[in-house]
Design a protein around this ligand. Sequence first.
Ligand SMILES: Cc1cc2nc3c(=O)[nH]c(=O)nc-3n(C[C@H](O)[C@H](O)[C@H](O)COP(=O)(O)O)c2cc1C
Length: 331
Amino acid sequence: MIRTPICDLLGITHPIVLGGMSTGTSVPLVAAVSNAGGLGILGVTGMSAAQINEQITAIRATTDRPFGINYLLFRTDDASFEAALTAGAPVISTAWARSDQDLRSYFDRVHEAGLKVIHMVSEVPEAIRAAEAGADVIVVQGTEGGGHVGWMASMALIPMVVRAVAPRPVLAAGGIADGRGLVAALALGAEGVLLGTRMLATHESPLHPNLKQAIVRSDGHDTVLTEIPDIASGQIWPGAMARALRNRLIERWAGREWMLRRRYQEEGKAALEARLAGDVENAPILIGQDAGLIDAVLPAGEIIHRMIAQAEEIIKGHLNLLIQPGSPTQP
Ligand SMILES: Cc1cc2nc3c(=O)[nH]c(=O)nc-3n(C[C@H](O)[C@H](O)[C@H](O)COP(=O)(O)O)c2cc1C
């Protein structure tokens, strides 16, 4: 068993959290992660207040463990946010605020409702902004991750953010898919991890089976940072690119983004249809470099149990054996 203070803060058994992916989570996936002792988070960006209530009721019916819901702040309307505060999810997770949004006003409302807030960042100044605004937990996301990411790699960014927001707890995200990643994140000062891509390739994930197999096939070298999925869906993301599988869709428009901007309505519709149909060459497939560590579609609960078991084995076995008797100053 690996326990860190964040387990007590969030009321979970294992320090493993599901990223609240708006296009990659579902009630069964959230429930599976929470039932396995992690924290399931449902992405609700774009849902109406009624839909959010319905989804939270469905989660409550399948787990009595803590769970959360996630908002992309730059796309969040007030009615939907208010609905979440009263609907009964114990944790609110947020990410990607515009620079003119007042984080404290969001976080204060979460705290007044008696809930905890987790905010995701991709750079140190954003981490300080979130900590000063009162976030209970900071998620630091490295550029290796799937979906929208910044420029900084986890190896350098995690300890920088840990230092900048101390003693506030930090979760590490981006490029983590197994127990080795969990141990590395703990070594860098994080109190746990948040997983995206690994949880997309699960039995419970809502992705089309072809897209799950695309993750299994990816060697991790075939992702690219691109604005093409956002241009095709007509979105302007505040300060991020998307890490996506380099497929025919990306190759067709790379270097011709200006043209895609002109034709985004028909191309966006085609990309969405390709996604629903499981067309891996023409759909935007947002995944991280850690796809190269994923070689099977598994039940979400099994991923959590394997991660903990592997991390324990590394800490107790391999790492422990590296310590030899003697003083660090002896040659
Ligand atoms: C398809 C996809 C959609 C995502 N959507 C969201 C989202 O709506 N909100 C959010 O906070 N993070 C979102 N993320 C980011 C994840 O929460 C997480 O930070 C990231 O996936 C971690 O990197 P990894 O994929 O290497 O595990 C998304 C990631 C992916 C792959």
